[in-house]
Design a protein around this ligand. Structure first.
Ligand code: NAP
Length: 277
């Protein structure tokens, strides 16, 4: 599995991870997550707002916590100073672990960012989280989070990024690249709205895939993780999907492939703030 440094952390994290939003079959998801970890998809993404997700993950990681790069998120409504500390403790209990690798603020909150980030700093000092990140943050929001974190580094921004939503390439990606912040793309398949068979986009992906011996989704994942500081976290609820997604790395898209992708899935010219789901 291809890995890269996760922002300023020393960890080598797989470019493709596993998402756990909207799990409907917990037993199936456990099987899929287990298979994914064995295939090297050890970055597992969850959140307190993903009902039942943290509990679903707990038994999968129980005897191999050190193999997994575990990320959870505080609900913005809980993100006061004290609320963040309490929410993290609850997530750790549900996950059956004593620490998270990264803890994120799920989206900008009505609570002052400096309070949330101060709590993140305390969680780092207490060993409950190894690092702090954010999600759905614009460049301006990231700048405020960086200031609020003080001596601690902001390690990632988790944002929507798929072929039909390339808005983060306008401002967020250049900022992350410049500052050494990991950009974790969520909903890499458009949250279930992947280009349908017969569409121009799908034909292009199928064509590129054919040349590399890859599926259309594997081509999409390769594009979305084509260079640092990009990572992707497709949903992991079915073993066959996880196996397919694990093949979305380990090959290189050439200039012709990239040009074709730009042609059928153009980057928007202007984006205000950050796109969200
Ligand atoms: P996604 O991964 O883009 O798409 C999920 C859909 O694709 C599901 O219908 C899934 O089917 C299907 N799928 C996955 N792999 C497939 C494959 N190889 N072949 C065919 N179908 C496949 O959507 P997402 O769940 O919205 O995003 C991924 C993760 O990002 C989430 O699980 C969550 O961890 C994170 N996320 C974060 C935020 C945020 O605000 N930070 C927001 C949204 C998502 P099945 O359901 O049948 O497996």
């Amino acid at each position: 599995m291809e890995t890269r440094r996760f922002g300023p952390m020393d960890d080598k994290v797989p470019v493709i991870g596993q998402g756990t939003w909207q799990i409907s079959d917990r037993a199936g998801a456990r099987e899929a997550l287990d298979r994914g970890i064995r295939l090297g998809l050890t970055h597992i993404d969850t959140a307190e707002v993903y009902e039942g997700s943290e509990e679903t993950i707990a038994p999968v990681i129980r005897d191999r916590r050190d193999e997994v790069f575990l990320v959870s998120k505080v609900r913005p409504g809980n993100a006061s100073y004290k609320g963040t500390l309490a929410a993290c403790t609850r997530s750790l209990e549900r996950l059956g672990t004593d620490h998270l690798d990264v803890y994120l603020l799920h989206w900008p909150s009505q609570h002052p960012i400096e309070d949330t980030m101060r709590a993140m700093g305390e969680l780092i000092d207490d060993g409950k989280i190894r690092a702090a990140g954010v999600s759905n943050f614009s460049v301006e929001d990231m700048e405020a989070a960086i200031e609020g974190l003080g001596k601690n580094r902001l390690v990632c921004n988790q944002v929507i990024y798929h072929l039909e939503e390339r808005g983060v390439e306008v401002e967020v990606l250049p900022f992350c690249r410049d500052k050494g912040i990991a950009l974790v793309g969520y909903s890499p398949f458009g949250s279930g709205r992947f280009p349908s068979s017969g569409s121009a986009g799908r034909k292009a992906l199928d064509g590129i895939g054919k040349r590399h011996g890859k599926t259309a989704r594997q081509v999409a994942l390769r594009f979305l993780t084509r260079e640092a500081p990009l990572f992707a976290i497709p949903k992991a609820e079915k073993v066959r999907h996880v196996e397919d997604n694990a093949g979305g790395q380990g090959f290189t898209l050439d200039a012709e492939d990239l040009e074709r992708i730009d042609e059928v899935f153009p980057v928007p010219e202007h984006v205000v703030g950050v796109p969200t789901i």
